[in-house]
Design a protein around this ligand. Structure first.
Ligand code: ARG
Length: 596
């Protein structure tokens, strides 16, 4: 009798669930994958297709009225007419505990999930993982270097640097969410003849006091003045060259003043980056490249890749359609590309990275192609582990005061403009404790989201008006959606109950849509790095859709005023939505606002 009972128990269990493992799916960290895998298992038997191929053909339907998971029959590459096959699948499909409804729609089959069952696994997962929710361990024990921002000391921090900062930080975050060990690196432009010129300028126009006050602006002023002098008087150039030569030769006095400039600038940069919610693991720079460069030159020589031309050393890359690269000037000094070659070699030696990403404007496409080619010609097999993630230009980023932009001025102006927008809603404004801080944070969100709203390679124009709007796909809209969810939690004065009975969410379409949207988050996190696309717009688009579904649900499903069990279930749903939205926003480098 006991044996029979055990057998019956086992039969019952296996009729309920048997979650198969499928390569590339992750039911452990992604509850929606459990549904997909169960679905793929049945479907793969129905039409005799490999389960992995079936899993890969399951996608998110374009619109939520088309259900929660769609099978694109065409992707199965079966013989026969996909529309007929879809109809056939629907006829044979056995509904179960996971799938409530299957509908044919041309060459697609749309599946509607048991959203209550999904919510039970899902919200629990969110509750257990909180700020790590959505992440995975794919990159475990793999080290990657992400180099971004990389402004030039004494020169303006221009729109290209701002984009590199925003995109780079996103790349850092999304890799970290996928479990990679990321080293974020700022490779400052801090070496070259210009810094000889700057030192000469400082002797004439510099002030230690002003330098301490605002190194970035003061060095820029000095640089502008000495450039003017140099234009009128060629001798200034000679002085600068001589000074830089001293620096390259390691002259202590020359290096001391230069490193003073560098150190103070870094202090200031750190401050500005902190305001943007960004920190670097390493402040490197062109000046930090040491013997890697000389070793590279020696290797190039041994491999017969160097040619002398007019006293300078060049590499001819014309047979790769990459032109000619000067790697050493007549006077023996190095160049931007030379330092990049040395830097890459030294970074590989230091970090043994599995991959390195350069987040640099597309204006430098050629430069990076040359760099990667030279490293390949040097015989480094890790040259194929280097990727240039490029991006288009931003237009119209100038302040009201003028066309020279300092990041700080842009941030000031953004904050003030956002503050003006906020003041228009007097009632809300009165409730905010520290409006300037809030304006700063939301203003920065506006900039970041505007930047992340199109594919990287697209050019765009800074649109001071649009980006501050609380409507449309903007940073303020996301912040508002997040703050609204926080306010629901505050007002109910209930603790989130992880054991809430979720059957009380009922049969509403708004709930089913919101739950499925929350459930898609881990997949979005994985997909954003697969294929090396790294498009922040994926996450922006997701966060927007999630916010829309939240406001749709809020139209009919209140927490306040609902009966206790119902309120608890709904609160757990909105809380899970808030955690998910917050995590997505943090990937985009935003600081989610709790009140505004
Ligand atoms: N400092 C450079 C510039 O402002 C960007 C550096 C990009 N990174 C590199 N490894 N070359 O143009």
């Amino acid at each position: 009798a006991e044996v029979a009972a055990a057998a019956a128990e086992k039969a019952k269990l296996s009729s309920v669930v048997e979650i198969p493992t499928i390569e590339g799916s992750d039911p452990e960290s992604d509850p929606l994958d459990a549904f997909k895998n169960v679905l793929a298992a049945q479907l793969s038997k129905l039409v005799d297709v490999n389960i992995k191929i079936m899993y890969d053909a399951l996608e998110a339907p374009r619109a939520s009225e088309n259900g929660h998971i769609a099978l694109s029959v065409a992707r199965l590459r079966l013989k026969g007419n996909p529309t007929e096959i879809a109809a056939d699948i629907v006829e044979k499909f056995q509904l179960n505990d996971y799938i409530k409804l299957a509908k044919a729609d041309g060459p697609f089959v749309n599946f509607f999930l048991n959203h209550i069952k999904l919510s039970q696994a899902l919200f629990k997962k969110v509750y257990d993982t909180k700020e790590n929710w959505g992440g995975n361990k794919r990159g475990e024990n793999r080290k990657v270097v992400v180099e971004f921002s990389s402004p030039n000391i004494a020169k303006p921090f221009h729109a290209g640097h701002l984009r590199s900062t925003i995109i780079g930080s996103f790349v850092r975050n999304i890799l970290a969410a996928n479990g990679y060990g990321v080293i974020s690196m700022n490779y400052l432009g801090d070496w070259g003849k210009q810094y000889g010129l700057l030192a000469v300028g400082f002797e004439r126009y510099g002030s230690e006091e002003k330098l301490l006050e605002d190194p970035i602006k003061h060095l820029f002023d000095v640089y502008v003045k000495i450039n003017q002098d140099a234009k009128e008087n060629e001798a200034v150039h000679d002085e600068a060259r001589a000074y830089f030569k001293k620096m390259e030769d390691g002259d202590e006095a020359a290096l001391k003043i230069w490193s003073h400039f560098r150190d103070l600038s870094i202090v200031k940069y750190r401050e500005i980056y902190a305001r943007l919610n960004i920190a670097f693991d390493v402040y490197s720079g062109e000046s930090q490249v040491t013997d890697g460069m000389n070793r590279a030159l020696k290797m190039l020589h041994e491999k017969n890749l160097l040619t002398e031309s007019d006293g300078a050393l060049i590499i001819d890359l014309s047979k790769y359609k990459l032109g000619i690269c000067v790697v050493q000037k007549k006077d023996g000094t190095t160049l931007y590309i030379t330092r990049d070659i040395g830097a890459a070699i030294e970074r590989y030696e230091t970090y043994g990275f599995e991959h390195m990403y350069y987040i640099v404007a597309s204006q430098q496409d050629l430069h990076l192609k040359q760099l990667f080619k030279i490293l390949e010609l040097l015989g480094f097999d890790w040259a194929k582990k280097l990727t240039h993630l490029n991006f288009g230009m931003v237009g119209g980023m100038s302040t009201r005061k003028g066309t020279v932009v300092f990041l700080e001025d842009i941030l000031e102006e953004t904050r003030d403009a956002m503050h003006e927008v906020m003041k228009k809603n007097e009632h809300k404004y009165a409730q905010i404790d520290d409006p300037m801080d809030v304006a700063d944070n939301i203003g920065i969100s506006a900039i970041m989201v505007q930047d992340a709203s199109a594919r990287r390679i697209k050019n765009y124009d800074f649109d001071w008006k649009r980006m501050f709007s609380f409507e449309g796909d903007t940073g303020p809209y996301l912040q508002y959606a997040h703050a609204r969810l926080c306010s629901i939690e505050r007002k109910t004065e209930m603790e989130v109950n992880p054991n809430a009975d979720l059957t009380h969410l009922g049969d509403s379409r708004a709930a089913a849509d919101l739950i499925t949207m929350i459930a898609r988050y881990p997949q979005i996190v994985r997909d954003t790095i697969s294929g090396g696309k790294f498009e922040p717009v994926n996450i922006v688009g997701y966060a927007m859709k999630l916010s829309h579904h939240v406001s749709q649900a809020l139209e009919s499903m209140y927490v306040m005023g609902a009966e206790k069990d119902v309120a608890e279930a709904r609160l757990f749903m909105y809380w899970s939505a808030r955690i998910t939205l917050g995590n997505a926003m943090r990937l985009l480098n935003l600081k989610p606002q709790e009140r505004m």
